[in-house]
Write a protein that binds this ligand. Structure first.
Ligand code: SF4
Length: 331
C-alpha cells in the first residue's frame, strides 16, 4: 500500500479523495467508488501501487494514438479498478469484476527497466483507467522521463484538473473517451456529471499534452446526429480542428451482449458529420477501413498509410501541397 496523493483529511478520520471528479468522501475502513483507494485510520492509501495486472507491448496506433510517435511500440501497463461502471466495458475482467486486488509485483524501476531492455521508446498507462493507479503511474512516468522514454495515457477523462496539472512535463499524449450525451453517461456508465470530462480535456490542452479523442459508437445508444454533431463542434471550438477524433466500432460484450455490432453505415455517417464540422483528422477504427489512414486536410492526399495497427509511410508535410500535418514525432 502507498499513501495516496490528492486527498484531504476531514473530521472523524474521514477523508476526501480529490483524484477524480467523483471526489469521494471515504469513511475509515472503507474504499472509494473505484474500490482501489482505502481509508486506513484517517489516511488514504492506493491499494494497487506496484500491482501490475496487465503488461504487453503494443503498437501506439492500438491506443489509438495516430499523431504521436507513429509507428512506435509502447509498453502497456494497468492495474485493476475503475472509477466508471460502463455496462459495455471491453476490459471488464480487470476494471470491474476482478475478484479482489491482484497483479504481479512490479516496481516503477522494473517497468522502466523492461521498456529499456526491450528497446521500447515509451510507456502507455491503459486498459483500465490510469487515474485510479495514479501514484504508480506518476512514479513510473518520472523515471521513464529521466531515461528519455515517452508516457501516454488512455483515459475516461474523469481525472481532477489538479491531478492533470501535476503531470505537466511528464505526460506526452492522451487518448480520452468521449462516450456520449450526459444521459448516456448516467445510464451506461453510472456517471452523473459529464462536465468534468470537458474540463479535463481543456486542462490537458493547457499543459501541452497532445490529445486524441475516441468515440465508441454503440448502435441506438450514442450514434445519432444529436450526439455526434455537438461533440464535433465542442472539440473544434475548444481543442481545435487539428484534434484527432476516432470513431470506434462496438462489438457486443459484457452486459451489452444483445446490442448488435456497429455497422459500417453508422461509422461512415459519423465520419461524414465530423468532416462537415471541419475536423481535420477523423478516423474509423476497430474495423477494417481505408479511413484509418491520415489524409491531408487541404488536398486530401494520403499522408500516413495505415493498415491494422501499423503505420508505414509517414509524411509530416503533405508531399502534394506542402500542408504541415499535425504530428509529434520522437526527436
Ligand atoms: S479516484 Fe476513486 S476514491 Fe478517488 S474520487 Fe475517484 S472514485 Fe473516489
Amino acid at each position: 500500500m502507498k499513501e495516496a496523493m490528492f486527498y484531504d483529511k476531514q473530521e472523524g478520520k474521514n477523508v476526501r479523495c480529490n483524484l477524480c471528479a467523483r471526489r469521494c468522501l471515504i469513511l475509515p475502513g472503507k474504499a472509494g467508488f473505484c474500490k482501489v483507494r482505502k481509508n486506513v485510520d484517517g489516511k488514504l492509501y492506493s491499494l494497487v501501487y506496484g500491482k501490475c495486472s496487465s503488461l504487453a507491448i503494443d503498437p501506439i496506433e492500438k491506443k489509438p494514438l495516430f499523431h504521436f510517435a507513429p509507428g512506435t511500440k509502447c509498453l502497456s501497463i494497468a492495474t485493476v479498478g475503475c472509477n466508471f461502471r460502463c455496462s459495455f466495458c471491453q476490459n471488464w475482467s480487470i476494471s470491474q469484476e476482478y475478484g479482489g486486488i491482484k497483479g504481479e509485483e512490479l516496481s516503477p524501476e522494473q517497468i522502466v527497466g523492461i521498456a529499456l531492455k526491450n528497446d521500447i521508446p515509451g510507456i502507455a498507462y491503459t486498459y483500465t483507467e490510469p487515474t485510479v493507479f495514479y501514484e504508480y503511474s506518476f512514479e513510473t512516468m518520472k523515471l521513464a522521463k529521466k531515461k528519455g522514454l515517452y508516457n501516454v495515457w488512455v483515459s475516461n477523462g474523469y481525472t481532477a484538473p489538479e491531478a492533470i496539472e501535476k503531470m505537466k512535463g511528464l505526460l506526452d499524449a492522451v487518448n480520452v473517451d468521449w462516450k456520449g450525451s450526459p444521459e448516456f453517461y448516467r445510464k451506461m456508465c453510472s456517471v452523473l456529471d459529464f462536465e468534468p470530462v470537458k474540463e479535463a480535456l481543456i486542462t490537458y490542452k493547457k499543459i501541452g499534452v497532445l490529445i486524441e479523442i475516441t468515440n465508441l459508437l454503440i448502435p441506438g445508444k450514442n450514434d445519432s446526429e444529436e450526439d455526434i454533431r455537438p461533440m464535433c463542434r465542442w472539440i473544434k471550438e475548444n481543442l481545435g480542428a487539428d484534434t484527432p477524433l476516432h470513431f470506434s466500432a462496438f462489438y457486443p460484450q459484457y452486459k451489452e451482449d444483445k446490442i448488435p455490432k456497429t455497422s459500417m453505415e453508422i461509422l461512415e455517417k459519423a465520419y461524414k458529420t465530423a468532416k462537415e464540422e471541419g475536423l481535420h483528422y477523423v478516423y474509423i477504427g476497430n474495423v477494417l477501413s481505408d479511413k484509418s489512414s491520415t489524409f491531408c486536410p487541404k488536398c486530401n492526399e494520403k499522408v500516413i498509410d495505415r493498415s491494422g495497427y501499423s503505420a508505414s509511410i509517414v509524411h509530416e508535410k503533405c508531399p502534394k501541397c506542402g500542408f504541415c500535418i499535425m504530428i509529434r514525432n520522437l526527436k
